[in-house]
Design a protein around this ligand. Structure first.
Ligand code: C5P
Ligand code: MG
Length: 190
């Protein structure tokens, strides 16, 4: 298996690039944000619980997100591996992921971190909000809160994977194609 954490602040391009990597390397793309949004659309209990946090740009509690992620991994545990997009977002989530993969006799092989300046993020998200239909992309205050939550709770995960010699930083500014090539060059070496 090859398991990749595709990392970066909101608007870094994780979802877009995960779609490319999944085709090229035949990996299962797990986007926790997409699973939440599907649950919100289908009005499940999980969706109702998550929506209260997502609409404010806050993180859904770890136990909820970790439980959901476990279910998704279980469904594809016999595949080539995973691209985790939007997960982990806290140290507790990273530790849970390590345990879950260890149970499958595998591990996170790399964190690919897309580096994008803050002002570019806010502009990209506001632009995306015009067409994405995502309430959390349409409001500048919510966007700024998401970026701030990233710095407060999530960015520390770069140190977590760096200490395990798994961190690869990638310039996330450029064309989709250019960035896809930068990422693919790293994944080929794993
Ligand atoms: O990853 P994405 O930007 O699509 O996530 C959208 C929202 O879902 C986040 O802003 C957050 O509210 C919630 N989320 C979370 N924990 C995760 C992934 C997403 O709370 N691990
Ligand atoms: Mg996304």
């Amino acid at each position: 298996m090859t398991n990749i954490v595709l990392f970066g602040p909101p608007g870094a391009g994780k979802g877009t690039q995960a779609e490319r990597l999944k085709e090229n390397f035949k990996l299962k793309h797990i986007s926790t944000g997409d699973i939440f949004r599907k649950n919100i659309k289908n009005q499940t209990d999980l969706g109702t619980e998550a929506k209260a946090y997502i609409d404010k740009g806050e993180l859904v509690p770890d136990e909820v997100t970790i439980g959901m992620l476990k279910t998704a991994v279980e469904e594809d545990k016999f595949g080539n591996g995973f691209i985790f997009d939007g997960f982990p977002r806290t140290v507790a989530q990273a530790e849970a992921l390590d345990e879950l993969l260890a149970d499958l006799d595998t591990e996170v092989h790399a964190m690919l971190s897309l580096e994008v300046p803050d002002q570019v993020l806010v502009d990209r998200l506001l632009e995306r909000g015009k067409t994405s239909g995502r309430a959390d992309d349409a409001n500048e205050d919510v966007i700024k809160n998401r970026v701030s939550v990233y710095y407060k709770e999530t960015s520390v995960l770069k140190d977590y994977y760096k200490s395990k010699h798994k961190l690869h930083t990638v310039n996330g500014v450029g064309s989709i194609e250019e960035i896809a090539n930068r990422l693919a060059d790293i994944v080929k070496t794993l």
